[in-house]
Design a protein around this ligand. Structure first.
Ligand code: NAD
Ligand code: TYD
Length: 368
């Protein structure tokens, strides 16, 4: 399928969970790798961004790592001009719902103002070059709000965000689409369901539960654990983002989802069993760490994605199934204790302590 061929690509937020998978996809997968001459990474290395996430792939001579803020207009202008950037995959964001409930300042700053800065710089730099440029704005299904027990979000579902995080992402999606309509910027928006896989900071549900179970700490399930999420492997998302960049139509949105839904409690129980099996513990050891804690404010009941547009228009198909890939994911976190230490910044620990209460691990409580 003929499409857009990015040559000089900027990836924002590439030291984070999904961005680092995207960089690996672009530099290591032959069909992507062949067109890209230069890949510039712009990442502020917040509590969520770590250079270790790019280890190995950062030896590729095409990669330039720039530590900096997407809100820094002058820096963004310089990068776009100096590197002759013709394509942007924009992933930099504040991404954790619970942190946005504690304080939304950084979410509005980075997700709204930062995205505005990027859009505004590229629309000036790329004026008259819509056919030879692309801007992919990476977003979430949370912009659509909550579903009941049935149905799925399509690209035409009205936006109804619940959390400050989701509202900030919704705002930035709308800005990207407005820049297409107003200025003809070749902007594309993608909305994915929850991702899982290696290198996700243990503040999100799955890595938190895996690492807590491994360390004998409590497994805090919000409310009754009945909320439902759809789970897509991060590398399948990265492949979809590449296809959105190279085959997507400017002005369009594409939903990415796996169709694999699970209620939180069932998922946490599954993870607990996988950790026990992997560590050769008696089954049930980790389930005893499970604790129901007060529900998240404004907690969306269910998200589910209709990904038929991405399948038909982009030829995208997720390759991994949760049943196998979740076990691989558990093994990755257990095998990478050094990574876990490296990413546990002071700010990460502060939030965990405030949010969950600085209670001792069950294993510590039992120590006489
Ligand atoms: P993450 O928190 O792991 O990574 C975010 C990265 O952005 C970090 O490396 C951080 O240092 C960087 N960053 C933050 N503020 C910045 C700033 N002002 N300037 C430059 N860099 C900055 O997030 P993630 O889970 O990898 O998510 C990436 C993107 O995908 C986000 O836009 C998120 O909204 C979206 N998304 C995530 C999921 C998911 O399940 N994780 C699902 C759908 C969409
Ligand atoms: P999370 O990983 O924060 O992703 P999102 O809020 O973007 O869906 O949470 C996934 C689900 O797990 C969500 O319904 C909230 C729930 N959850 C818990 O029950 N306990 C936790 O400690 C966390 C972080 C999340």
């Amino acid at each position: 399928m003929a499409g857009f061929e990015p040559r000089r690509l900027l990836v924002t937020g590439a030291a984070g969970f999904i961005g680092s998978s995207v960089v690996r996809h672009v530099l290591e997968r032959a069909e992507a790798s062949s067109t890209v001459e230069r890949l510039v990474v712009l990442d502020a290395l917040t509590y969520a961004g770590h250079r270790v996430n790019l280890s190995g792939v950062d030896r590729d001579a095409r990669l330039s790592f720039i530590e900096g803020d997407i809100c820094d207009r002058r820096l963004v202008e310089t990068i776009i001009a100096d590197h002759e950037v013709d394509a942007v995959l924009h992933l930099a964001a504040e991404s954790h719902v619970d942190r946005s409930i504690e304080s939304a300042d950084a979410f509005v700053r980075t997700n709204v103002n930062g995205t505005f800065t990027l859009l505004d710089v590229v629309r000036r730099a790329w004026e008259g070059r819509a056919a030879s440029t692309r801007f992919v704005h990476v977003s979430t299904d949370e912009v659509y709000g909550a579903l009941g027990p049935t149905g799925a979000f399509t690209e035409t579902t009205p936006y109804a965000p619940s959390s400050p995080y989701a509202a900030s992402k919704a705002s930035s999606d709308l800005l990207a689409l407005a820049y297409f309509k107003t200025y003809g910027l070749s902007a594309i928006v993608t909305n994915s369901c929850n991702n899982y896989g290696p290198r996700q900071l243990p503040e999100k549900l799955l890595p938190l539960m895996i690492t807590n179970a491994a360390e004998g700490k409590r497994l805090p399930v919000y409310g009754e654990g009945k909320q439902v999420r759809e789970w897509l492997h991060v590398d399948d998302h990265a492949a979809g983002l590449w296809l959105a960049l190279t085959r997507g139509a400017p002005g369009h949105s594409y939903n990415f989802g796996s169709g694999e839904e699970m209620a939180n409690l069932a998922l946490v129980e599954l993870v607990a069993d996988l950790v026990d099996d992997e560590l050769k513990r008696e089954r049930g050891t980790s389930r005893r760490l499970l604790e129901f804690v007060p529900d998240r404010k404004g907690h969306d009941f269910r998200y589910a994605i209709d990904a038929s547009k991405a399948r038909a228009a982009l030829g995208w198909e997720p390759e991994r199934k949760l049943a196998l890939a979740l076990a691989d994911t558990v093994r990755w976190y257990l095998a990478n204790a050094e990574w876990r230490k490296t990413v546990a910044s002071d700010e990460h620990r502060r939030f965990q302590a405030v949010h969950y209460g600085a209670r001792p691990a069950r294993s510590e409580e039992q120590t006489p």
